[in-house]
Each structure stands twice: as C-alpha cells, then as structure tokens.
Design a protein. Sequence first.
Length: 60
Amino acid sequence: MVGVSADRLRRFFVAVEGGDRIAKPVRALCIFAKQNLIADPPFSHLDLISCRNVLIYLPQ
C-alpha cells in the first residue's frame, strides 16, 4: 500500500490477516460482472468498464 495515506487506509480499507481488504461500503458501490462485448449490456449508464484482456488491444 505504498503511496496510500494513513487517512485513506483508515477510511477505505480493513486490516485482515496477510494484508488489507477494501471496506464493504466501497465494495457496495461497485458492480462486478462478466460481460459479453458483442451482446447488449444488461444495464446502462456505466461509469467505468475495465477489462485487462480487452484494453491491451485498444490504440494508445
């Protein structure tokens, strides 16, 4: 967690054995789901879609 301030660590993370975990209120704001890029999405108005295996093929 290099570069993360003590305040942010306290506000957004919970200490667990072997490291840290993102706090439940932060996780509740995110939707994690598998998507088919060819088919219509099951929901719209997304703020961010991140897929490592797709992003590597986009132009820089």
